[in-house]
Design a protein around this ligand. Structure first.
Ligand code: F0G
Length: 459
């Protein structure tokens, strides 16, 4: 008989205090944060599921590496270690270190973007879209149609729609396509994986048309778990070999090391083409730092090199994927509508269905985010019309296709009892579902409004 309980494959050596709060205290904190959890202080939060980005607990080996950090301006040994680890993983000869993923996006997309250019992706993450649009180019999402059906159980709902990609390349003209970006796993589309077959098809189409193919690889190890377990012909391969096979299909990649490199800060751009690398390196030196550290300290680079090894350990990945599914499956059992199957780094609740009495114009996702905080001190993130909604010419909201709330699980941070507490909080929300109210935006900036928007409850 196998054990039912998924135990964390690590012991805790250092602990971080969590301050407990009452519902009355949280009500005041939330009002003060203009009903936007991004504006809360972290000490006001009990279980922080805002993001899995930069929130990992590092291992004792990573901390040991930190002490070995070589802080030389040029050619530091820590840089050489990080560069070697990334070259070996991605097969790319040109590595540009950055302080995080979006800086790498800026280096590349500001060079190859611009007015008249178009990018295609299974789904552009919000900073990816913002970097592309900021350059003057257009970002078009081409997810497979089943990605929009939350309850459908299919193995690779993160895939890019190949027929649509072909159609769009003809429509826009291949000379105007700056790149195709495959985001693995597809974060904004529910954390769903992309199959190797899909990556292969994208690669072939890009090669035929002379289009650059970039992997947004920040969760590539988690994606590899799904390929090994769900796609035929991969079970005998290691997770690392699967990731390497995917990198081999692309012309380069962008990685936020804050996810699957198990560190708190860092990122990189890796390229196969020298001319493009030189073009981007100029911006790197102007905006990030010298080319052998980018925006990073030597100690950060040590931790990244080590993290990129640890993340492919089978026990870790097994625990990671199964413990996220534990939360998602428990919510499903309670009757909470979640995107199925459960993704690797987060559980996505369908707030449109959960709060069906709140119309998209009143942001049902924001309502759920606020209720989770009030009842449990849990911080989560709206991925719906606050994040992706647009306005038409008359100023009317064009809602996002889905109103989701993401419960992102930091890597190696919370134990099963924290997750059981989250499940209990949902049970409480079920009891007075109809009492939840929508919100109105009272302030928003022109780009990435979800970070700083201010809200007021609709009375
Ligand atoms: N690409 C994807 C798919 C991401 O999920 C993120 C960040 C980035 C790029 C940008 O990387 O934060 O290092 O600049 N995602 C975080 C999240 C913020 O919460 O999902 P970054």
């Amino acid at each position: 008989m196998n054990h039912k309980t998924i135990i964390e494959p690590f012991r805790i050596k250092v602990v971080e205090h969590i301050k407990m709060t009452t519902e009355a205290e949280r009500e005041a904190f939330l009002k003060n944060a203009a009903y936007n959890p991004f504006l809360l202080h972290s000490t006001e939060v009990i279980v922080d599921l805002l993001t899995d980005s930069g929130t990992s607990a590092m291992s004792s080996n990573q901390w040991a590496g930190i002490m070995q950090g070589d802080e030389s301006y040029a050619g530091a040994t820590s840089w050489l270690k990080m560069e070697a680890a990334i070259k070996d993983l991605t097969g790319c000869p040109y590595i540009l270190p950055t302080h995080q993923g979006r800086a790498a996006e800026h280096l590349l997309y500001s060079r190859i973007g611009g007015k008249g250019k178009v990018f295609f992706s299974n789904t552009h993450f919000d900073t990816t879209r913002a970097n592309i649009e900021f350059s003057g180019a257009e970002a078009i999402d081409l997810p497979v149609p089943e990605a929009k059906q939350p309850e459908l159980e299919l193995p690779f709902k993160g895939n890019l729609d190949i027929a649509k990609l072909e159609e769009n390349i003809s429509k826009h003209g291949k000379e105007n396509v700056a790149a195709v970006i495959l985001t693995v796993t597809n974060n904004s589309g529910g954390g769903q994986p992309v199959s190797m077959a899909n990556a292969r098809a994208v690669s072939e189409l890009c090669k035929q048309n002379g289009i650059l193919f970039i992997l947004d690889a920040c969760r590539v190890a988690e994606n590899a778990w799904y390929i090994r377990h769900r796609e035929e012909g991969f079970y005998e391969k290691t997770y690392r070999q699967i990731a390497q096979e995917m990198f081999a299909l692309a012309d380069g990649c962008i990685m936020s090391a804050k996810k699957d490199a198990l560190v708190n800060m860092g990122g990189f751009l890796a390229l196969k083409n020298l001319d493009l690398a030189i073009l981007c390196r100029t911006v790197l030196i102007i905006t990030e730092g010298y080319s052998t550290y980018g925006g990073l300290s030597g100690r950060d680079m040590e931790a990244i090199a080590q993290g990129l090894m640890e993340v492919f350990e089978p026990d870790y990945l097994d625990y990671r994927i199964k413990s996220t599914a534990y939360l998602g499956n428990a919510l499903t059992k309670l009757g909470i509508p979640v995107i199925r199957p459960i993704g690797g780094h987060a559980v996505y609740v369908d707030a449109k269905q959960f709060y069906h009495h709140i119309p998209p114009e009143q942001f049902p996702g924001q309502a759920l985010v606020c209720q989770l905080y009030l009842k449990g001190g849990i911080r989560s993130c709206e991925i719906g019309s606050v994040m992706f909604g647009k306005y038409d010419e008359a100023g009317k909201l064009i809602p996002a296709p889905m109103e989701l709330v993401r419960l992102a699980i930091p890597r190696r941070v919370y134990t099963q009892s924290h997750i059981d507490y989250v499940i209990e909080t949902f049970e409480m929300l079920l009891d007075d579902r109809e009492a939840a109210r929508g919100f109105k935006i009272v302030y928003e900036p022109p780009f990435l409004r979800h970070f700083t928007a201010r809200f007021t409850p609709v009375s």
